[in-house]
Design a protein around this ligand. Structure first.
Ligand SMILES: C[S@@+](CC[C@H](N)C(=O)[O-])C[C@H]1O[C@@H](n2cnc3c(N)ncnc32)[C@H](O)[C@@H]1O
Length: 448
């Protein structure tokens, strides 16, 4: 980007036109269907190309700059402060009460229909839908008129079609929203005047909000996922979370990361334990591709019924589920232990405990493999070359894991340190990561 004196409304608008032109050409050359404002628009730019991803991010960032400049600094802050929370609360309410299924994809619904479906007062429904429609989420057939009906828009329709996208909102907005807004209280109480965040998971913004009784009595997020709800509803959060994890794999193209994390075929007949493996989606991927592997998925008890429901019958002889608390001594002797997206949910103290809990089962030569989010390395040139909004995706996750777990998005060096802190006999033999991919694969061999 040119120096700030040269950045003008016209300069940015010209740049946007050029970037949009280049992107459109690249998409067409690569046969990637273009998104539209139509209700049947493709839900995303379906391409694994890092080039297309970066072109889109640069365009989006330049559009954001144009908006900031058109608003001016004061209005840009005012507008953000004014709308950010109502926008997020609105999306959260629509998702929590499932407004998505209240409106047919190929027709319209009245406000009374939506009120009936959601069991909310019609007047309240109308206020949320009207705000949402300003964000292109739903559309009124006659905007502002009491007789107006509601139809899906290009942003609401994917939510009616995808359980995964809905589960993503449940985790990122509903579960994390309260703790994120309570972060200032947690920092004031536990961190102000101290050199660092508390090193344990009990003194988080999450715990401040959800452990006191008013909104539940849960020490940490996982306890809430397992225990919230009564009767048939018990475990609903955990069930929703398994859908979210499966969906994350789809949107980040993680299937390839799992398949390439290790030379699985070189293992021959071998046993793999997927620690905190959710309802088995990664184990199924590995078992389908590598017929010599036997996999044990370990997770919390509420995950078991979802696993049983999802287990393909042709894999039933090789993939099994074991309810097991990963902080307790590992009971299964295996060749590889996979920890995918586990330790970023735990501060160092617990991460080290978790690794040590595996030691009783480790035979010499056994491997432990992390597949993890990777944060920016301090003073790294790589990270600064990424567009601001790409860095923002990483730093937003970083603040979310602070609110929920008192953790941070660890850079690669810290992932290696975790092994070392757990036991010197873990020998880190391979680290694969790059600044654009949000993931690193770190492999250690047990030299015990
Ligand atoms: C972020 S998810 C990762 C799931 C899966 N590895 C994946 O990548 O899709 C973390 C998982 O850890 C599980 N978990 C949390 N605490 C646990 C515990 N004490 N013992 C076993 N599993 C636990 C959760 O239920 C959840 O499935």
């Amino acid at each position: 980007m040119a120096s700030s004196e040269e950045v003008t409304l016209n300069g940015l608008a010209t740049k946007i036109a050029e970037l949009a032109d280049t992107l459109t050409k690249t998409l067409k050359e690569n046969n990637v269907p273009l998104c539209t404002f139509d209700v049947d628009s493709p839900v995303s730019y379906d391409s694994p190309s890092p080039d297309i991803y970066m072109q889109r991010q640069t365009l989006i960032q330049t559009c954001m700059d144009l908006i900031y400049l058109a608003q001016g600094p004061r209005e840009s802050i005012f507008n953000y402060a004014h709308s950010a929370m109502p926008d997020a609360a609105c999306l959260n309410v629509l998702n929590y009460f499932n407004f998505w299924d209240a409106v047919p994809l190929d027709g319209t619904a009245s406000y009374a229909d939506i009120a009936k479906h959601t069991n909310l007062p019609e007047e309240v429904v109308k206020r949320f839908v009207r705000h949402a429609s300003t964000l292109r989420i739903f559309e009124e057939t006659e905007p502002g008129r009491s007789a107006s009906r509601v139809k899906h828009s290009f942003r609401s329709a994917p939510l009616a079609r995808s359980k995964g996208l809905r589960a993503l909102l449940t985790t990122t907005l509903e579960l994390s929203g309260g703790p994120l807004m309570a972060l200032h209280f947690a920092l004031e109480r536990y961190s102000q005047g101290k050199p660092a965040l508390p090193k344990n998971i009990d003194e988080t913004a999450f715990a401040l909000l959800y452990s006191g009784g008013q909104f539940g009595k849960f020490k940490n997020t996982w306890e809430m996922l397992e225990n919230d709800g009564e009767g048939e509803k018990k475990g609903w959060r955990q069930r929703e979370f398994t859908v979210f994890m499966d969906f994350l794999k789809e949107i980040f193209g993680l299937e390839g990361v799992v398949l390439n994390a290790y030379d699985w075929s070189a293992l021959g007949k071998a046993k793999v334990v997927d620690i905190g493996g959710s309802a088995g989606h990664d184990a199924f991927t590995l078992a389908k591709k590598f017929s010599d592997l036997e996999l044990v998925v370990q997770d919390l008890p509420q995950v078991a019924p979802v696993f049983e429901q999802n287990l393909p019958s042709d894999l039933a002889s090789r993939v099994s589920f074991m309810a097991h608390d990963m902080f307790q001594p590992q009971p299964v002797e295996a060749d590889v232990y996979l920890l995918k997206l586990i330790l970023h949910d735990w501060p160092d103290e617990e991460a080290v405990k978790l690794l040590r809990a595996q030691i009783p089962a480790l035979k010499p030569g056994a491997r432990v493999i992390f597949i993890e989010y990777v944060g920016a390395e301090e003073d790294s040139e790589d990270a600064n070359q990424l567009p601001r909004i790409v860095r923002g995706m990483g730093s937003a996750t970083d603040l979310r894991v602070m609110a929920l777990f008192n953790n941070r998005e660890r850079p690669v060096s810290a992932w290696k340190e975790i092994f070392k802190a757990a036991d010197e006999r873990f020998d880190v033999t391979s680290v694969k990561s790059n600044a654009v991919a949000f993931y690193a694969v770190v492999e250690a061999v047990w030299r015990g």
